[in-house]
Design a binder for this molecule. Sequence first.
Ligand code: N2P
Length: 363
Amino acid sequence: MLRRLLPVLALLLAALPAAAQERVLNVYNWSDYIDPYAVARFTRETGIRVRYDVYDSLETLEGRLAAGRSGYDIIVPTSEPTFARLLRAGALREIDRERIPNWRNLDPVLMDRVAAIDPGNRHGAIYLWGTVGLGLRLDRVRAALPDVPLDGLDVLLKPENAQRLARCGIMVMDSPTDVLPSVLRWLGRDPNGNSAEDLRAAEQALMGIRRHVRAIIPSSAILDALATGEVCAAMTYSGDVIQAAARAREANRGVEIGYVMPRQGAQLWFDMMAIPADAPNPEAAHAFINFLLQPDVMAGITNQVRYPNAVPASRPLVEEAVRNDPSVFPPAEALAATFVAGTPSREVERLRTRLWSRFKAGR
Ligand code: N2P
């Protein structure tokens, strides 16, 4: 009897590690964009192991996904243009709300804002949101620009200011998608303007400060440079600056960093949790979204990364200093002046990419 059962047993044992391997969730998220404790807790509670990769620009995310079969179960594209584009290409899986009871925790007003591109919010839930602006090393910038109000992109985009900041360092995040709209807005143009004239004006503005710019590098590298005080002024994402400010404070070396949300109107963005159509483990992806949408988990994430989330019930659980920081949660009047980026056509994308290469090369 035992002898007959043994092969069966052996088969069962051989099958075990394979079954265990299936319980893996493949996440592709922005860098510095989660509470590591949340990931550990998800694995503890569900037994699902998390393989976690990061990107630091929409261009990188789109490049990775363009070929299909990315192997990811969860991605976090910005509502426009990346999420909208993937949705249109049929690259996103419809989310099964039945499996996400915590969906009800989502702020209906915020979700309504992204429903314009995803009718009925069937393919994504807002994870975190924020703006594009400036990270400034305050003492140095005040010293270099004593008469300039530190409230907008003038600080960095006006050549005479850039020149005075050049020595102490200017950086721009390497993302035409997330930089050009703000430059156009600063020029008084439609931030989503795509005409040859718009693009020419944006290029001229960028070229006008190019020789004063020390580096055009990925947003993750800008966060580090701000935190260590290596740079005086950088154009990047809001929460990255606030994280850098917190790290600089902890290091206690006299580096004081502040975030400036452009007064002329800042780019507002929403990052969406979404499931690729060919996700290997959609089951686990649903479980992860449901897990993240719990108020205490979301509060932990906002505390850690300093971006607001879309779960209002998390708000009282967010540390007071973060909750009351207008750089993290912009006041209503600042929000009223924001704009959201659109989704340029492929042709315009090509032009923007070329423009960006010239800006990087400086010619
Ligand atoms: C996180 C970058 C924020 C995402 N480091 C911008 N959508």
